[in-house]
Design a protein around this ligand. Sequence first.
Ligand code: SF4
Length: 596
Amino acid sequence: MDGYVERLLWVDLTERRVWDEPLDEEWARQFVGGSGLAARILYEMVDGDTDPLGPENPLILMTGPLVGTPMPSAGRLSVCALSPLTGIWGESNTGGFVGPELRFAGYDGVVITGRADRPVWLSIVEGRAELHDAADLWGLDSYETQERMRAALNEPKARVLCIGLAGEREVKFAAVMNDHGRAAGRTGMGAVMGAKNLKAVALRGTAKVPVADPDGLKAVVREINANVDEDMAAMALRLAGTAGYVDMALMYGDLPIRYYQQGEWEPASNLSGVLLADQYLTRSTACYRCPIACGRETRAPSYGLEKADGPEYETLGALGSLLMIDDLEAVIYAGHLCNRYGLDTISTGCTIGLAVEMFERGVLTPADTDGLELRYGDAATVHRLIEMIARREGFGDLLAEGSAALADRFGVPDLAVVVNRLEVPMHDPRAFVGMAVTYALSPRGACHMQGDMYGVDTGQGPPVELGVVPGDRFDDSEEKGRIAARQQAWRNLYNAMILCQFQNPGVERVLRALDAVTGWGLEVEDLLRLGKGIVTLKRRLNLRRGLTRANDRLPDLLMRPLAEGGTEGTVPDLDRLLAGAYAEFGWDPQTGTPPD
Ligand code: SF4
C-alpha cells in the first residue's frame, strides 16, 4: 500500500501493553486517513453509552497518506475520540511536526485505550513503543513537558504531544499541545488524554513513507511551491499570519464582538495582523515542509513575556473582540496562558464571554464568581479566569465544564452560543450564510474547519471543479446549502489526507498529489464521494450518540439580526439551506438521516 506505513500502534494503558496491528486497506481506501480513518476505527469501538472520559473511549492519533511526504503543508496529525465537551464525535488536527514524525517513527496511527493507574508517558522511537512513569511530569506546563521529554529520550529532535494542567484536571475543552504552541485545540481531546493518565507521547524516527510515483509527486510539489509566491491568500498569511484576517472580518461583520451581539466596534482594528507584525512579531514559523509559514512568534513585554506562540485570528477574536478587549499585548498574554495550560483558546474565550454576558444581565452575581466582577473589556480578570479554569479553582471549576453546561446550570440554555455544545468560532454565520450549514451539520459541533464558506465566498481557492462556486455571501438558497455541503465534504477529505486548509493549490493538483502518493488512480468525482462518505460516517456515529434532526440548528443569539455593521439586518434561512444540504448528501429531508 503506497502512501501508508501500514502499521497502527495499539496501546492498552490499563494493562500497560503495546502491540502492532496492520492497517485495514479497505478502510484506508474508503476513509483515507486522519479524522476519516479514525472515525471508522472509533465507530467499531464505542456505542451510545460510552463515557468520553472512561477507559473505553479510544484516543486516536492518526496521520493521512500525504503526511510526511514531500507534499507541502501536509504535516498534520488528527487527534480524535468521543468528546467530553459535547458527548459526540470529537476531532481536532494540529500542525507542526508531530504528524510526519509519527510516520517516521514507523506508524500511520496510534489507538490508545484504557486508563493507567498512575501518570505515564509513551515513547515511540524507530518503531519501538514503550510506556514510562510520568509522576515527575504531572503538573508541568506544556512547554516544560516538551523539553523534559526530549531530555529524557536524549533526542533533541524528538517531537512531543502533551497535555498541560488543564488536561490533567480534565477541563472539558483542554487541548493537546505540540511543537511549542501548536494545538489540537477543539473538543477536549486533552481531557481525554488526562482521563487516561497519559501526560505525553514523544516521537522520533527516520523511516520513509512509501510513495507510488516519486517523480510525479516531485513535479506537482514543484508547481505548488512555485504557485505560493503568486497566491494572494498565501502571501497574506505569510505576511500577517491568520491575524491578517481581522480587518477583513471586521468589514464583513464576520468577527464576533461583545459575545456575538454587536456589529461594529472601532477598537477591534487594534487587534489587526499588521499591528501585530509591526509591534510584537519576533519571527514567523512554519510547519513541516510548509512554504507559507503562517505561524507567529511574538512577545508581550508589558507582561515580561519575551516569547509567545501566536496569537491566531481565532484567539484574537475569542480572547479579544468577543470580550471587548483591544489591548493586543493582553490578548497575546491570554493566548500564552492557554498554551501553557493546554486550553482551547476558542472555547476558553467563548465560555468566559458567556459568563461576562450572564454577569452583565444579572444572571451571575459576585456570590457565584468568588467575588469577581465580570465585565467586558477587563483583561486582568480574563487572565485570572484562565488560571482558575486550568486549575478548576472556585468559579473556574464551573467554567471548566464549557458554555453549554454553564448556561444550563443557571437556567439560561438559550444564551450559550454553541452548536451541539461546542462553542461557535470566530466566523459569524450572519456574515457568510453558508456557514450556517457548516455549523449546523459539522460532525464535531460548531466548527469553521468543516467547511469554510467565508473562504469560498471571498474566492480563497474554492474547489470550483467540485461545484463549490463562490457567490453572494447572503444567498441562503437551497443551492447555497448544496454548495456548503460540498465544501464540507471537501474539507473532511482535507482532514483525512491530511492537508492544511490554508494550502489551496486547486483540485487538480491535490488529486495528482494524492494519486502520486497512493497510486489509487482517482478521478475528480471520487474526491466528493470520499468526502461525503466521511461526513456521513461521522453523522451515523452522532445519531448513535443521540443526536437528531432537531440538533441541526444555530444558537438563538446568532438567529437575531444585528442593528449595524457588515451583517446589518441579516439572518440566514436555515431550513432552506439545510434542505439543499440534505439533498446534496442524500439524507432524508425530514429526518436528516443517511440511507441504510
Ligand atoms: S499554512 Fe500555517 S498552519 Fe498551515 S502548514 Fe503552513 S505554517 Fe502550518
